[in-house]
Design a protein around this ligand. Sequence first.
Ligand code: FDA
Length: 309
Amino acid sequence: MLRASLLYLSEQPRVFKFVRGNPIARKLASRFVAGETLETAVPAVRALNAAGITASLDLLGESVKSHQEASAAADTAIAMLERIRTDKLDSNISVKLTQFGLDLDPARCVANTRRILGRAKALDIFVRIDMESSAYTQRTLDLVERELYPEYPDHIGVVIQSYLYRSAEDIARLNALKMRVRLCKGAYKEPPAVAFPAKADVDKSYGQLMEALLLNGRYPAIATHDEALIERTKAFATQHGIGADRFEFQMLYGVRRDLQDRLVKEGYRMRVYVPFGTQWYPYLMRRLAERPANIAFILGNVMKEGMRR
Ligand code: FDA
């Protein structure tokens, strides 16, 4: 119930307008978001790199309303690539196709994404296409598989969500294509017609898809904070002689930092998704929906800090 309400609020632009100016909300966001600009995100990436963790920089933002906005988002993605190289950061980038105009004009969206991939290839930096709600799954996969992957096979990969019924088929096809996949559970509000409503089924599906990716995928990314699934991944890899250099774990900025460090100490590869930008509200609401206890936890910390001042 609370999860559904938070996901509903994540889609309300008027609430964002109100929340953006609110200092407590901004403080809440700073736990999960590395500031509003690339300038604030770079030190966060540096700190992770110093701890043996790679990063994926993500400019927050979803559906744009104009071609100018779409083109500006592509320019920012290119600036992120340049910055990664000039500052020698160990990072790739994550982007969403609706940022580049998927809803406005798919051809222009492809042109914007190609512009980014051209630069990414020249600089040898990988670009991950995040997966959005199920309204975009087919369009995203079609566009990547048909238009972009053939030209940039080493620099583009997608995300598959274990809550969708269709994902086993998608993974089998992507494995055959040798496309890099990040596996996550899925963060959007989806109807039972397309996604498993019960968490136990989402987790079961995740385990099965993880195994298919480790056995037949190309350098898969196992993106979860679920300790049981992480242990299962480690055990499955050991059992099948799959070395720790053939896959990576991924987690979100600010979530389970203890587990991130522990996995690095154990010799696993760890990449942290580092979001930044002014459009942090829907992202924050999805994080709170995953773990409503965060609201109490973070508010408690904010109040403690406030009282110390
Ligand atoms: P689950 O939600 O079951 O949580 C397992 C445990 O992890 C919890 O019990 C808690 O201890 C901890 N935890 C999880 N979320 C937490 C939080 N917010 N705060 C504190 N603790 C938390 N989704 C999507 O739809 N498209 C995408 O492209 C991506 N991309 C992506 C990249 C990366 C690197 C990650 C890690 C995740 C995504 N996601 C995503 C989000 C993903 O779908 C999912 O919503 C979250 O990862 C939470 O699911 P878990 O797998 O962590 O399991």
